[in-house]
Design a protein around this ligand. Sequence first.
Ligand SMILES: O=C([O-])CC(=O)C(=O)O
Ligand SMILES: [Mg+2]
Length: 220
Amino acid sequence: MDLCFMTGSLSMDTDTSKREALNNRCVIQPPFKLRTEEPILFLKPPSAYVREGSPVLVPRYSSSLHHEVELGVVIGKGGTAIPQAAAMEHVAGYALCLDMTARDVQDVCKAKGLPWTRAKAFNTSCPVSDFIPKERIPDPGNVKLWLKVNDQLRQSGCTSQMIFSIPYLISYISEFITLEEGDLILTGTPKGVSAVQERDELQAGIEDVVTMSFRVDRKE
Ligand SMILES: O=C([O-])CC(=O)C(=O)O
Ligand SMILES: [Mg+2]
């Protein structure tokens, strides 16, 4: 996994008012009008990846770093304009991911109609687990994800709550971005996102498949 990746944002957010607010914001971006049911996408660079053993760093410019636990889909076979029916043939496996988000910065970006890059794509903004082969998650549309901060449960949800299915996301994205082997698609977070502080311990898992932990540190 060493290429860029994307998030089908809000895919699992059950908070309708938040979804509507974001969709409205996006409608104002010329020249396209987004259909309300279209996923909001953003990119993170490979330098956003962080693996267990290294800390998640709070950017200097943020005082509200939020965790978002998400199922990541790892592309095994690239393609353009992949039909939904063939989408799962392009999946090599999965990874548990955190879409770390500088929420205060994202709020400013939203208010000004600016891209979310500084809020979502900074160094260490994507903690990832080990690669999970496809066979270990036979039904990715129905697995439970959880996240604890200092042993307290903050997020718990099931991928069955996703607004957009994995085949839909693969097909939708590949219409305008050619997917390549190693790309990782984050699929959106369940409710319960909250702020983390320096020295917090984050622990997250997918059912009985994988767990991972990360310590939060502040960039000096
Ligand atoms: O940060 C956001 O507003 C959207 C997002 O990534 C998610 O729902 O997973
Ligand atoms: Mg997210």
